[in-house]
Design a protein around this ligand. Structure first.
Ligand code: UDP
Length: 455
């Protein structure tokens, strides 16, 4: 059979958890597979699919009715309650899609599922097909959780520092928050461990990273399960440029203020703006928000700050009015366009994994202000391993003061800038190489496509 014909007959179903930071990498991976000729269907809640407006046409979207018109899929209920509801809706939807495809002659060969949805493996099995998890965090994080799953250490941690295979020494505050404060996040901890129950049954474990970024830990994980790094999953036009139409993430849960942001950036000189964002979920306390606002003001730099609509009430009174000369506050921005703009000098970030990879891949120095989950560990790597950023220090009450924020911004934009930029440029090059023809991630994707076509 011709290769092309085989490829189009090979159908993959992709199931992300419906959060921005999970949809982005899984949709991007889907696009890469689709350009290799596979037929890829991505399952998402109907309320999210409606925001695509027909983009990303190389991937088919299968909307699952989620009875939600609010646009705030998760905000209204606890994570546990949402998880239950999501499982009920989507396990039914996944089974239905596999059956529908069978009846149309598009038999599904594999379900690629968000690793935090391990029940997808059971549904795939019921239909006689395979499943492969997709990790939306770093290999380092996956390795830390796996060490806990295998009981190489137990909680609560007894020592202030921990040494794990192939990882640098990690202090308590470098650890993911579900490990340093397990009592505060029992549900997330449970989810992060349960995902490993069926790793022994899968042929591939995809991860949004690239081999050179986490060389040692990738080599250790490879001895445990069939890891395949396929990242960074950033739209191709920002990296290898081989997918001509791939300029955006295509599926945004928030509406970006594109014109306002780009006009503001265009009006400024090279490397003069501080870009600030805490992603789609993190919510600073009111006092911390005020310190950050005052820190930005004191730094005397231009700033572009993403404050989501639900967070704006925490801004100090008159802050926006008083800083219009220096700052622009928006509720969401086109982050990739912003990070790749020459006017951006540094990125004050919560260190969500996507934001971290985006800054690394676009060569932007960071000031890290991690909040929870994996962000603390990502921040440790940004500062001490990849050496592309500075981490703010919290005081004894856990507050990052305005003085500290001012200091770190001024260092990143001033005396440390050259060194950080030099390192960031190195990682940008390596990220590009991973996805170029014959690069490590490109090879992993090609090997997978060849294998899945012939199974
Ligand atoms: N993002 C964006 N505009 C914004 C803020 C964030 O497009 O104003 C995107 C960003 O590029 C990234 C994602 O939202 O791809 C956030 O994912 P991340 O893992 O960094 O953080 P999370 O939201 O999961 O905490």
């Amino acid at each position: 059979m011709e290769r092309e014909q085989e490829a189009t007959l090979t159908h993959i179903v992709v199931l992300p958890y419906p959060l921005q930071g999970h949809i982005n990498p899984m949709l991007q991976f889907s696009k890469r597979l689709a350009t290799k000729g596979l037929k890829v269907t991505l399952l998402t809640p109907k309320s999210i699919v409606e925001s695509t407006k027909g983009q990303a046409s190389s991937v088919t979207f299968e909307p699952i009715d989620d009875d939600d018109d609010s646009g705030e899929l998760i905000a209204a209920e606890t994570m546990e309650a949402f998880d239950e509801r999501f499982k009920a809706m989507f396990s039914h939807g996944l089974g239905g899609l596999i059956e529908k495809n069978n009846s149309y002659g598009y038999a599904t060969k594999l379900v690629v599922y968000d690793c935090i949805l391990p029940w997808a493996v059971d549904i795939a099995k019921q239909h006689g097909i395979g499943a492969a998890p997709f990790i939306t965090q770093s290999c380092t994080i996956a390795a830390i959780y796996y060490n806990l799953y295998q009981e190489r250490f137990t909680l609560p941690l007894q020592e202030p520092e921990m040494s794990l295979p192939s990882l640098p020494l990690l202090r308590m505050d470098d650890m993911p928050s579900i490990i340093s404060q397990p009592a505060s996040y029992p549900f997330i901890l449970k989810v992060c461990l349960e995902m490993y129950h069926n790793f022994h049954e899968v042929n591939w474990v995809f991860c949004n990273s690239f081999d050179k970024l986490e060389e040692e830990v990738v080599s250790w994980i490879s001895s445990q399960w069939p890891i395949k790094n396929i990242g960074p999953t950033i739209p191709s036009m920002y990296l290898d440029k081989r997918l001509k139409d791939d300029k955006n993430y295509d599926l945004s849960l928030f509406k970006p203020n594109v014109d306002a942001c780009m006009k503001w950036l265009d009006s400024k000189d090279t490397s003069t703006i501080v870009y600030v964002s805490f992603g789609s979920l993190a919510a600073l306390g009111e006092e911390q928000m005020e310190e950050l606002a005052l820190g930005l003001k004191r730094s005397n730099k231009y700033f572009l700050w993403v404050v989501r609509e639900t967070e704006t009430k925490k801004l100090p009174t008159n802050f926006i009015k008083e800083t219009t000369e220096r700052g622009l506050v928006v509720s969401w921005c086109p982050q990739l366009e912003v990070l790749s703009h020459k006017a951006v000098g540094c990125f004050v970030t919560h260190c969500g994994w996507n934001s971290t990879l985006e800054a690394l891949s676009l060569g932007v120095p960071m000031v890290t202000m991690p909040q929870w989950t994996d962000q603390t560990t990502n921040s440790k790597f940004v500062m001490d391993v990849w050496k592309v950023g500075i981490r703010v220090k919290a005081d004894a009450k856990g507050m990052v003061t305005k003085e500290e924020i001012e200091l770190c911004i001024n260092e990143a934009m001033g005396e440390k800038r050259e060194e950080l930029k030099r390192n960031a440029t190195k990682w940008k090059k390596l990220a590009n190489e991973a996805l170029d023809e014959g690069g490590s991630s490109d090879k992993n994707i090609n090997e997978f496509v060849e294998k899945i076509m012939h199974t």
